[in-house]
Design a protein around this ligand. Structure first.
Ligand SMILES: [Zn+2]
Length: 244
């Protein structure tokens, strides 16, 4: 078996020291490594061209069926009153809530205003709640986003900043991609390069499984335009309270 020119025989042990007996073992190893390193393959969410050919109702119906099968395989008794509604509950949650940000139809329409007050300093919306989902483990990423921009003549309704964060969060994500997607969207709609996004989040795949580290959090940042200047960046960090 060859994969990227590497022979299976040259990888005789995985990280736990176990022998790799089959292609499936090697694939599991590579899949684990991809997940644990939280590597993303692109800045765009990897969606198929036909992603929205099925409507939401049909998606819910199909996911319900498949999730019931997962529960069945786990040996759960789906006639139990507590469990029997779970497949549909999960399916609706995936399509209508947790992953609703996959569908461009749910993207918040930006409402822009003229900058009539001539406010030309930095605007920071801080501590925006982030509820996202790790795309490697399908468990939550929970944290805060801080977004900032310097107006080029347009200003945006404040709650729209929260909604833009939430839209991109409601996808299977990696935190780096989420950060970049929010920054790119803000640059585009505000017609300025002067944008910054900082996210500080806990990954439940890190805290509740794997390395089981409850305390650690992950910080990612995108600084563009004037935020690449040290003084501007320090001003932002002062506002969000991460420097003295
Ligand atoms: Zn994960």
């Amino acid at each position: 078996m060859k994969l990227n020119g590497t022979s299976l025989n040259s990888l005789p042990h995985n990280k736990n020291g176990k022998n790799l007996h089959s292609d499936a073992d090697l694939n599991d190893l590579l899949t684990d490594e991809m997940g644990e390193s939280h590597a993303a393959t692109s800045l765009e969410t990897p969606l198929r061209e036909d992603a929205f050919e099925l409507d939401d109702d049909l998606k819910i119906e199909l996911i319900e069926k498949h999730f019931r099968e997962i529960m069945n395989i786990l040996g759960l008794d789906l006639t139990d009153d507590s469990l029997k509604g779970s497949p549909r509950r999960v399916a609706k949650m995936y399509v209508k809530e947790t992953f609703s940000g996959l569908n461009p139809a749910n993207k918040p329409a930006p409402t822009l205003f003229e900058n009539k007050f001539g406010y030309n300093q930095m605007l920071v919306e801080k501590d925006i709640t982030v509820h996202s989902y790790c795309e490697h483990h399908f468990v939550p990423i929970l944290g805060k986003a801080h977004v900032a921009y310097i107006s080029s003549g347009k200003v945006i309704g404040l709650s729209k900043l929260n909604r833009i964060v939430q839209y991109f969060a409601k996808r299977p994500q990696v935190q780096e991609r989420l950060t970049v997607q929010i920054a790119n969207e803000l640059k585009q709609i505000l017609e300025t390069e002067d944008v910054a996004v900082i996210i500080d989040a806990k990954h439940l795949c890190v805290s509740t499984r794997g390395v089981n580290d409850v305390e650690s959090s992950t910080v990612t940042a995108a600084y563009h335009g004037k935020f690449e200047d040290e003084a501007t960046r320090q001003e932002l960090l002062r506002y969000i309270g991460t420097t003295n």
